[in-house]
Design a protein around this ligand. Structure first.
Ligand SMILES: Nc1ncnc2c1ncn2[C@@H]1O[C@H](COP(=O)(O)OP(=O)(O)OP(=O)(O)O)[C@@H](O)[C@H]1O
Ligand SMILES: [Mg+2]
Length: 785
């Protein structure tokens, strides 16, 4: 297989990358994460779809695309032998075209995958193992022997045999466990058969017993059923006759009760009729008593009125006495009034007030005059003092100029004025001191006192006159009351009537008591009539019941005998029934035991059958396992010489004949043989790397050869990343020697040096907006290793 061209669109960070491939060594260089491995991944995806991918299909689209619908697309042009092909793959479909004639060979994901597998002659896993190699795949010589064997088996596709062997081992273990369990828990088959036989015999015997018991139960029941009609007739008669007897005894009771009640009623009636006779005999006396009491009541009320009249008359006499004494008092008061000769009260008051107010204003005037004179005296003495102090310089009281010559005159005038004022004050003070109450006022006050007294007396006269007129009104009322009172009370008549009433009263009271007794007479009579009618109908009913009794013709003695017979038959039936129930139960438990015995027998037989089958299965498994183990050994044995030969050839090629061969033991342990088959005990790290690479390439060759493909393409992804520069250059040197074997070698690395071992280079860089960028780069031919 030779690669020509690869185009990536929106495949992971490769938004739009195109790479051209040529024969010889191509280095793909770029920093970590720039998108180098993605290029190999895209080749795998184009050929085999999602099986060749890291992660899921859904995550492959360029994450930072603005357009979520951007198509993911990879186009790969390659050659196989002399034919050119193109695969174009998007997420949901793929197509494979033969470029030689431009014809589509397959369309659709499944069809393309199948066609690719057919063309290349290998599965996806085999393709990845033969053409592509990763760093860790060159370390397998350092693994433990089991892991090494497993890894190589996996690369060659032998791992399926190992998986089958492991599976067989696990299944065999489980089957062995089952066989052991079956053997341990299994009981004896003969014992089980014997037990089943015994259980069957017991069950059949119990069935026979049950049949016999059922027969005797049936005949006991028949005998009982035969008696049934007779029993029914007798029991019907018994019931009916019992009902008649019951009613008869109730009737007898009722009749007796009725007769007792009738007797009581008759006695009551007799007593009542006696009371009626006595009531009639008392009627005349009762009437006389009623009339006498009526008259007596009238006379008694008259006597009462007479008593009231005496009281009213006494009150009247009292009123007249009161009027008389009041009139006397009025005459006394009037003579006192005329003796006083007083002025009317209002006039006397006014005269006194007039006189008092005149006196008061005179007193005020004198006080004011005195106050004025005292104030004048004060100001004149002040002025005089100033004139004394200033002499002729004192100001004129009229023009305010200094007095000068007038001084003396003015001084004398002032002194005279002062003396006048002092005399006036003295006179006024004497007047004020002498001013007592005037005699006229004293006289007027005495007059006023008389007027007040006269008014008092007048008031009392009016009061007494009012009392008299009220008493006179009462007097008229009482007089009229007396005039209206009836008269004509005869005390001797009253006494006679009293005696008569006393004598007749017991007769009257007896007649009242008799009235109570007589009440309810007609009620007693009607109850008596009713009870007689009831007694008659009871007698009729009794007669008809007696007749019915003899018609039924129930015989208690015969009934007793029949019942005894029936009880005996029932007892016999019950015993037979119980016997049958016991027999049924016995048969049921015998049946259950039989079923159990049969079930255990079946179980033992089934278990035995399963054990036989499992033992056979186990034997087959063992054979298969042995066969597969032998087959795996055979495969290893066949693979070993070829692997050894190819690895030796690569080694010799890469060391330019320095080391000619490799020895491989059963565990795929490799030893380097120096010239002439001498095993090299100690090898350098670089030599170990070359040895590993030789083995890895030998494996690739084995796979490609089996697929019928020539060795052509080799892609190494970071295979040298971990090596120091000396070991790296020794491996690179070795690789150059392989140009003859692999026409196209692709080395992926982040190490710049690799360029110098290559024929051409492609640089991969990453830009977070545009994604990964690929750019072919010139290689300085002179620097080639
Ligand atoms: N769908 C995607 N869209 C964008 N980036 C993605 C997508 N899927 C994976 N990546 C990025 O691609 C990078 C890995 O790419 P790749 O393995 O090709 O790198 P590399 O160049 O081989 O790096 P190294 O030298 O470390 O092996 C990671 O940074 C990962 O985040
Ligand atoms: Mg990588």
């Amino acid at each position: 297989m030779i690669l020509h061209r690869l185009r990536l669109e929106n495949f992971r960070q490769h938004v739009d990358s195109e790479l051209e491939f040529y024969p010889g060594i191509t280095a793909i260089i770029g920093p970590n994460g720039s998108g180098k491995t993605t290029i190999l991944e895209a080749i795998g995806w184009a050929l085999y779809g999602s099986t060749a991918m890291r992660g899921k299909n859904a995550d492959v689209r360029w994450l930072w695309s603005d357009d979520a619908k951007q198509q993911v697309r990879v186009v790969l042009d390659f050659a196989l032998g002399d034919r050119g092909y193109r695969i174009e793959r998007v997420l949901q479909s793929a197509s494979l075209i033969d470029l030689t004639n431009n014809k589509a060979i397959a369309t659709g994901i499944t069809a393309v995958e199948q066609e690719v597998e057919r063309l290349l002659g290998m599965t996806c896993n085999q393709f990845m193992t033969s053409f592509f190699a990763r760093q860790k795949e060159l370390e397998f010589m350092n693994y433990q022997k089991e892991k090494r064997r497993d890894e190589i088996a996996k690369m060659l596709g032998y791992d399926k045999v190992s998986t089958a062997i492991d599976k067989l081992k696990d299944d065999g273990k489980a089957l062995k466990g089952e066989i052991k369990g079956l053997e341990q828990g299994m009981g004896s088959l003969d014992d089980a058969k014997e037990q089943a036989k015994e259980a069957k015999a017991a069950f059949e015997a119990s069935k026979e017993e049950q049949k016999a018991a059922a027969g005797s139960e049936m005949s006991a029941k028949n005998a009982l059923d035969k008696k049934a009609p007779e029993v029914e007739v007798v029991s019907k008669k018994r019931t009916e006759s019992e009902q008649v007897e019951k009613e008869l005894s109730e009737l007898t009771n009722r009749r007796q009760n009725l007769m007792g009640a009738q007797q009581t009623l008759r006695k009551q009636l007799q007593d009542m009729q006696g009371a009626v006779d006595e009531f009639e005999s008392l009627k005349a006396d009762v009437e006389e008593y009623r009339q006498a009491t009526e008259r007596l009541n009238h006379l008694n009320s008259l006597a009462e009125i007479m008593k009231q009249q005496a009281v009213v008359e006494a009150q009247l006499a009292q009123i007249e006495t009161q009027i008389e004494s009041l009139e006397k008092e009025i005459a006394q008061l009037q003579s006192e009034l005329s003796a006083l000769k007083a002025d009317p009260l209002e006039a006397a008051t006014q005269a006194l007030e007039k006189e008092q107010s005149a006196w008061q204003s005179e007193r005020g005037r004198l006080a004011a005059e005195l106050k004025q004179a005292q104030s004048d005296l004060e100001s004149v003495s002040d002025r005089l003092a100033a004139i004394h102090e200033m002499g002729a310089e004192a100001p004129c009281p009229v023009c305010a100029r200094p007095l000068g010559d007038q001084y003396k005159t003015v001084k004398e005038q002032r002194e005279a004025e002062l003396a006048g004022l002092k005399a006036k004050i003295k006179t006024l003070e004497i007047k004020v001191a002498d001013q007592g109450e005037p005699p006229e006022i004293v006289r007027l006050r005495a007059r006023l006192t008389d007027s007040q007294k006269a008014a008092e007396i007048q008031k009392e006269i009016v009061q007494r006159q009012t009392s008299i007129s009220k008493l006179k009104t009462d007097k008229a009322q009482y007089t009229e009351q007396i005039a209206r009172m009836p008269s004509g009370l005869d005390e001797s008549e009253r006494k006679a009537l009293h005696e008569k009433a006393d004598r007749l009263k017991p007769m009257y009271e007896r007649s009242i008591a008799l009235t109570g007794q007589i009440q309810g007479l007609s009620e007693v009579e009607s109850r008596l009539r009713q009870s007689e009618a009831d007694l008659k109908s009871i007698a009729e009913r009794q007669e008809s019941l007696e007749k019915r009794k003899s018609e039924i013709g129930y015989d208690p003695v015969a009934d007793e005998i029949l019942q005894k017979e029936v009880r005996a038959l029932e007892q016999a039936y019950n015993q037979a029934h119980t016997r049958l129930q016991v027999a049924i139960q016995k048969a049921q438990s015998a049946e259950a035991s039989l079923k159990n015995a049969e079930q255990s027998l079946n179980e033992i037989e089934a278990r035995k059958a399963r054990l036989d089958a499992a033992q056979k299965e186990f034997a087959v498994m063992q054979h298969t396992n042995n066969g597969l183990v032998a087959f795996r050994e055979q495969l290893n044995a066949e693979m070993l010489p070829a692997l050894r030969q190819y690895a030796s050839e690569f080694l010799s090629e890469m060391t330019e004949g320095r080391y000619a061969s490799i020895q491989l033991d059963e565990d795929l342990n490799a030893t380097l043989l120096d010239d002439g088959d001498l095993a090299k005990a100690v090898i350098s790290g670089g030599e170990e790397d070359v040895l590993n690479l030789s083995l890895r390439l030998a494996l690739s060759r084995l796979i490609t050869e089996r697929a019928g493909q020539p060795m052509s393409l080799l892609a190494l992804d970071e295979t040298f990343g971990q090596l120091d520069s000396e070991r790296r250059s020794s491996v690179l040197n070795a690789l150059s020697a392989l140009r003859e074997v692999f026409s196209q070698i692709i080395i992926i690395s982040h190490i710049e040096e690799i360029i110098h071992a290559s024929d051409r280079a492609i640089r991969v860089s990453y830009d977070h907006r545009k994604g990964s960028q690929v750019q072919p780069e010139e290689v300085d031919a002179e620097l080639l290793v």
